[in-house]
Design a protein around this ligand. Structure first.
Ligand SMILES: [Fe+2]
Length: 159
């Protein structure tokens, strides 16, 4: 017998299910609390994502102060899922930070593509020749996504 995780309202199978009770300030507090088990912290991340508001988005952005690169990466991923433009300045700062973990910067680049605001293209172009291929390739993909969303195929394809 298998008990498969449920598919989220975003169509994804997430590594931890969202908490179904609580409020933004409570969910936010665990993001930077390394005493809380990672599964629980991720439940808070997905609760904030499902909340979907600007306030939830800002709370998630505060989670980039977490010491866990894995959690920061997960936060960047859900900010891309949320497609909330409130996160754009933070994601640009994360992508641009040469001291940030490559995994987090890669996910910030892809999130910037997923949000779909064409104005970030010039930022992505600054890193398209970055010596770390994970960053360069993610920026290349994000730029191509922004361009593709302006194409005729975008209008025609329902996916
Ligand atoms: Fe990733």
């Amino acid at each position: 017998m298998t008990y498969k995780p449920k598919v989220s309202q975003y169509g994804s199978v997430d590594p931890a299910p969202p908490l179904i009770s609580g409020k933004i300030s409570e969910w936010e507090a665990s993001l930077t609390d390394s005493a809380v088990p990672m599964f629980q912290r991720m439940r808070n991340v997905f609760a904030l994502r499902n909340d979907g508001t600007d306030a939830a988005c800002i709370a998630l952005c505060s989670g980039f102060n977490s010491h866990s690169a894995l959690l920061r990466h997960e936060i960047a991923y859900v900010l891309g899922q949320m497609q909330n433009e409130t996160a754009i300045p933070t994601l640009i700062r994360v992508l641009s930070d040469e001291n940030e973990h490559v995994m987090v910067r890669h996910e910030a680049a892809e999130a910037l593509g997923a949000i779909g605001n064409y104005a970030v293209k010039s930022t992505l172009e600054q890193f398209v020749n970055h010596p770390m291929p994970e960053i360069a390739e993610s920026c290349e993909v994000a730029i191509d996504l922004l361009d593709w969303c302006r194409s005729k195929e975008y209008q025609e394809v329902d996916c």
